[in-house]
Design a binder for this molecule. Structure first.
Ligand code: GLP
Length: 235
């Protein structure tokens, strides 16, 4: 089976399960880790931070960043990664798209070239309620590369909780494409809570369709899925 599904009790157990996937990848020589933001990966980063693992010889490449937020903005993904992982566990090189680069073509081409030069061994993903991965919203092509994305109303609403109000949420992001993500050697996707249950079922059991970007993971040779019971409840 190309997809291994692991159901855990809660996010704490998910953090430990995710940590083990990272540990295993490092033992097998992983050099480049693809990282993600959102609330889902936090317990994995907590375990990585508390561990003895050393990342100082490795490279990290993040999935996405909001357009228009500087690295110093508390809701930027740069800032998130510093807080949740990099301050405690620095990498030799860490890359996050530069949301302050106004030239989208420049930024996305540079980022895609960077990934080509540093193939990702393990890519961590969260899952959007509408089935998005990274910021690849429904309708994104499976062969898409790093690109500028207009966020959907549902994603803006879901992320509004992190901002003072919905108007403060950026409307655009730079994101790896689905094609970029699928090039990773191994993918770890994690989802918790009942609000993700439909997206999880569509990702794993629905047709492979642009309506559900995560459904393209069915075409990848090596995917590990970690779910809590609520997220797995519609399987
Ligand atoms: C954002 C991120 C995604 C993340 C998703 C789910 O839109 N760009 O990478 O997976 O939210 O977030 P959460 O883990 O907080 O549910």
């Amino acid at each position: 089976q190309n997809i291994h599904v692991q159901v855990v009790r809660d996010q704490t157990a998910g953090g430990l399960a995710g940590f083990k996937v990272f540990q295993d990848a490092l033992e097998h020589g992983a050099q480049v880790l693809g990282l993600a933001t959102g609330s889902t990966p936090v317990t994995i980063y907590d375990e990585l931070t508390a561990s003895e693992l050393d990342f100082s010889h490795l490279t990290s490449i993040n999935l996405d960043e909001y357009v228009g937020l500087p690295a110093t903005h508390p809701q930027s993904y740069h800032y998130f990664m510093q807080e949740h992982l990099f301050n405690a566990k620095p990498f030799a090189h860490s890359f996050v798209p530069d949301g302050m680069n106004p030239n989208a073509e420049d930024e996305t081409q540079l980022y895609e070239a960077l990934i080509k030069a540093n193939p990702i061994d393990l890519q961590l993903l969260g899952l959007g309620q509408n089935g998005h991965i990274g910021f690849n919203e429904p309708g994104t092509a499976p062969d898409s590369i790093t690109h500028k994305v207009a966020l959907t109303a549902s994603t803006i609403a879901a992320n509004a909780r992190f901002f003072e109000n919905q108007d403060e949420v950026p409307r655009y992001a730079y994101s790896m494409g689905i094609g970029t993500i699928l090039k990773a050697k191994q993918i770890l996707i994690v989802a918790y809570g009942a609000a993700k249950a439909d997206a999880v079922a569509a990702m794993l059991q629905g047709p492979v369709t642009p309506d559900v970007p995560a459904s393209y993971l069915q075409t990848h040779p090596n995917v590990h899925v970690i779910l809590d019971q609520a997220a797995a409840s519609k399987l």
